[in-house]
Design a binder for this molecule. Structure first.
Ligand code: MN
Length: 247
């Protein structure tokens, strides 16, 4: 099915998992060593048959004062790494069930684990790359046109996205993404990492509102964290991901 291939390729591009040559790098086929090196290091999330933790695209203190160095170190080096390890453990357990050596009664457990840990991994890769020092402001070009078309204005989008982030119950995310059936941008929440999606939705901009993302600096004041986060949004990165969905 050509359409299905196109939308899967677009989805992978949206998360930066396609190589520069357009070869499917990770989820559909094993990445070759040369293909993996064509991605920026901060987007290499799968290598040599395993999920891997990519480095941040900037220094740990680069987003100060909006997001503090201590939070970035813990968040990236401990929390994100935990999702990488958890996703690989789930993959191994499911492979064992597939080859007959594992306990098939635990299939649901490991598939739930893969959904949680794998989504945690991919969203964090997106989140790090969505941010940059001396960023913020407003999008421009085709992305701004699409936001204006689908939300009325950038201010409308920002209002909806902030309300989405503020309203996440317990742990989760606010997401701006492309929904390929309607061809429109939509804002969704993700509870935990994997719940409340529209299947096929391609996240383009992710805001982590788990407490581990802000509690050291902002304590219970999530709204202050969200307000500060707008100052580090890398709109060029979001625009690049949006453009990939339009090819
Ligand atoms: Mn997080």
């Amino acid at each position: 099915m050509q359409n299905s291939v196109i939308s899967r390729r677009s989805a992978l591009r949206g998360l930066g998992f396609l190589t520069a040559t357009g070869a499917v790098a990770s989820v559909l086929a094993p990445a070759s060593a040369s293909a993996a090196t064509e991605l920026p290091p901060s987007e290499v999330a799968w290598k040599d048959g395993k999920y891997v933790l990519p480095p941040l695209p900037y220094e740990y203190n680069a987003l100060e004062p909006h997001i503090d160095e201590a939070t970035m170190r813990l968040h990236h080096d401990k929390h994100h790494l935990g999702y990488v390890n958890g996703a690989n453990k789930a993959l191994e357990a499911l492979a064992a069930i597939a080859d007959g050596s594992g306990d098939a009664a635990l299939t649901k457990n490991w598939e739930r684990e893969l959904a949680f840990q794998g989504s945690g991994h991919t969203l964090h890769v997106l989140f790090w790359n969505n941010m940059a020092p001396k960023a913020g402001g407003e999008p421009k070009g085709e992305l701004l046109e699409a936001i204006t078309r689908d939300f009325g204005s950038f201010e409308n989008f920002k209002r909806l996205f902030s309300a989405s982030a503020g309203g996440v119950e317990a742990s989760g995310w606010a997401l701006l993404g492309y929904e390929p059936v309607s061809g429109k941008l939509q804002v969704l929440q993700a509870e935990k990492h994997q719940n409340l999606t529209v299947q096929g939705f391609i996240p383009l901009l992710a805001l982590d509102v788990w407490e581990h993302a802000y509690y050291l600096k902002y304590q219970n004041k999530r709204a202050d964290y969200v307000t500060a986060w707008w100052n580090v949004v890398n709109w060029d990165d979001v625009a690049k991901r949006y453009a990939a969905t339009q090819k």
